[in-house]
Design a protein around this ligand. Sequence first.
Ligand SMILES: C[S@@+](CC[C@H](N)C(=O)[O-])C[C@H]1O[C@@H](n2cnc3c(N)ncnc32)[C@H](O)[C@@H]1O
Length: 284
Amino acid sequence: MNSAPQQPDDRLDQALAAILAARKYRKIHPGLARDIAAAELAKGRTLKEAVKAAKNQLHQGAAAYLRRNLDYDDALTRLKSSVPAASQGPDSDPSVDPSLRTLLRRFMGAHASTYERLPILDTLYQQLFQQLSPVRSVLDIACGLHPLARPWMPLSPDVPYLAYDIYSDQIDFLNRFFDAMGYAGAAQQRNVLDGMSTPPADVAFLLKTLPCLEQIESGAGERLLHQIEAPILIVSFPNQTLAGRKQGMAQHYTANFLSQIKKAGWQADSLSYTSELLYIVQKN
Ligand SMILES: C[S@@+](CC[C@H](N)C(=O)[O-])C[C@H]1O[C@@H](n2cnc3c(N)ncnc32)[C@H](O)[C@@H]1O
């Protein structure tokens, strides 16, 4: 007896199940994995080919940046045991404590983007925030572990900081980090390509993120720049490959970005570092 031909939805469900079954992707946003698998199947690929291509895209856009596994429970235990001593200072704010900062540096080393930023933590946020009016709310789009750099940002603990990324375990860790540090902040598992609006904020970080999103959906970067309701966008581009081999990559990415800024009639100032080229975009 011949079995009935598989319906398109069955194939998509199977592709999604195969992606989420991989240890590397089990915590990833299922909606994003589904969208990518659907696009691959729509190209006429077999189920096996579509799963392979979708995993490859998820690797390039996200998993490749995870340098090593961070044991989130262990990291939280260490953080929580450091916070009381770190909060002994005059403002009871643990942010300035050197040993706590050393711990956070170690955690940030687990993600390539924050790892590359470690040498400039002490200068980057000073130079950046001195160019901004007082910041009362922050969005961090496709944040990775960047919210762990919040102690280096001249922000009061009660400034709301909303961060999005696609790994549920990383998001849970960031929420527990905000809580342990006494910061007003929330992290949410979200596919920022979903077209949904984000709450308004004074400043939105899009650090080293546009090339990843463009790889998944061409044109997504420009759409997001317009969609985010923040008068100031802090957009950066990596200046080296993940392996650190090729320097000067930022120029390659920025040509398109700068023409989009010009077309929109926005202003952009830049801050240049060895690892990263950063733009402060004023939308109005
Ligand atoms: C190059 S890393 C940059 C991380 C962080 N912004 C930083 O610079 O430290 C790109 C990040 O985008 C996230 N990402 C990729 N696709 C995404 C999507 N569709 N929605 C939200 N985050 C996404 C990845 O998980 C990864 O953390």
